[in-house]
Design a protein. Structure first.
Length: 187
């Protein structure tokens, strides 16, 4: 028996990979995302907010739709929960990198990447040796302030601080301490 075969899954990322081909792949991808997120919560006991569940399906749908429209052949969908977020990765065979457009309320269609970027903690596009990969991360817990990208807690060494959508950390406790009489703000 290998030394770590008996260790718990705690602390290890949870993963799922799906190869998608044909016209039914968009619906199949949404179903795979829903099953994965349900399993993360029901089987592994990791809390998943309704917001995160719905956004995972939306982001998977948008990214796989783009792969279906612009890349010939199959695409690969990878889902991974790590660091209190689900990372959604879609690979396709087209090496052309999509260019997110500026917001334009008068434009009809082509808002997919704009939507994905607005609701995710992080988003990246990178060329692969064959094709390209798009990655988006969605925080699993809701933000108490209602931010659409959810809440990401920083490491425990920074109590009371949080970051949303990759923005600079908000540290209400630190700000309050800095405003107390007789204390200087330090950065």
């Amino acid at each position: 028996m290998h030394e770590d075969e008996d260790q718990s899954l705690v602390g290890r990322p949870l993963r799922s990979a799906v190869s998608l081909e044909g016209g039914e792949r968009i619906g199949e991808a949404r179903d795979a995302a829903r099953r994965f997120m349900t399993e993360v919560q029901a089987v592994h006991g990791i809390p998943v907010s309704e917001r995160a569940m719905g956004l995972a399906e939306l982001v998977v749908s948008e990214l796989v739709t783009n792969a279906h429209k612009y890349a010939p052949g199959p695409c690969l969908l990878d889902l991974e929960v790590n660091d209190r977020a689900v990372e959604i990765s879609v690979w396709d065979s087209n090496p052309a990198l999509p260019v997110p457009r500026e917001a334009d309320p008068n434009r009809i269609g082509k808002h997919g990447l704009e939507i994905v970027m607005a609701v995710c903690r992080s988003f990246e596009i990178r060329r692969e040796p064959v094709g390209k990969r798009l990655k988006a991360a969605i925080v699993l817990a809701d933000d108490p302030g209602g931010h659409p990208a959810g809440r990401l807690m920083l490491p425990a060494r920074l109590p009371g601080c949080f970051s949303t959508s990759g923005a600079a950390p908000q540290c209400p406790d630190a700000a309050a301490r800095a405003r107390r009489p007789g204390r200087r703000a330090t950065g």
